[in-house]
Design a protein around this ligand. Sequence first.
Ligand SMILES: O=C(O)c1ccccc1NCC(=O)[C@H](O)[C@H](O)COP(=O)(O)O
Length: 256
Amino acid sequence: MLTDLMGGALADADARRLARPLSAVETAAHDRAPALDALAALAPADRIKIIAEIKRSSPSRGSLAEITDPAALAVSYETGGASAISVLTEGRKFHGTLDDLEQVRAAVSLPVLRKDFIGTPYQVFEARAAGADLVLLIVAALNQDTLQTLQDLVRELGMTALVETHSADEVSRALDIGASLVGVNARNLSTFELDQNLFGTLADSIPSGVVRIAESAVKSAADVAHYRAAGADVVLVGEALVTSDPIRTLSEFLAV
Ligand SMILES: O=C(O)c1ccccc1NCC(=O)[C@H](O)[C@H](O)COP(=O)(O)O
C-alpha cells in the first residue's frame, strides 16, 4: 500500500536524520555542482525518450535483478541512448540506497532522478546532496500544501520535479503546482494493478509545454509505440531493462 511505503520511507529518513542532521544535509546539497537541466534532456522531440530505471526489487514483482554495480548499469543505459536515469533509493521494498544514486551520479553525465517516497524537505535536500537532478513527487501521497512546498524547494535547489499522477484530479493538482514534468503511472500504487490505457485517457489534459511521461508496464517495443501514439514524450522503464540486455532493449525501444 502507498501509505505503508510512504510511512516506511519517512521512518527511514528520520533514522538517517539522527546520524546526519538537516543542517549537514543542507550544506552538502548547496556544496554540490549545479543540477543538470533535466527539462532540456527530456524535452519533446521527434522521437520517444527513455528514463531508464535502476530497480532491484519491487512490492508487486519481488526480486528482479541483483544489480551489484548500479554505476555500471547506468553506464549501459547511457550507452544505449537513455535520456535520464531513475534510481530507486527506497530500501525496504526496492532494496535501493542513496549510495546507489551517488555512484550513478559519478558514472554518467545524464540527469539522475531520485525515485522514492518523498514527503519532507529533508529527503529533498538528501537527493540534491547525493547528486540528484530530479526528484519524484507522488501526488496521491501528498496533500496540496506539502506538494507545493516540496515542488518549490526542488526548484530552489535547481532541480526538477517529476510529478506523478494516476487520475484526472491528480493531473489537475500537478498542474496547479506548476509541474513541468508530469508522469502518469500505469501502476496503481496501492493495488499494484496496471492500466496501460490510463496514459491515453489523461494525456490530453496535460498541456503542451509540459513534458508527458508514461510510467510503468513497458515490456516491449509495441508498448513503447502504444504510449508514443497516445502522446508520450518520454517513457519510464524499469523491469524490462533490468531483466534483459539493456543496451539491446533500449535500442529496440528507441527504434519506435
Ligand atoms: O513497481 C512496483 O511494484 C511499485 C509498487 C508500488 C509503488 C511503486 C512501484 N514502482 C515504482 C514505479 O513506478 C516503477 O518502478 C516504474 O514506473 C517502472 O515500472 P516498470 O517498468 O513496470 O518496472
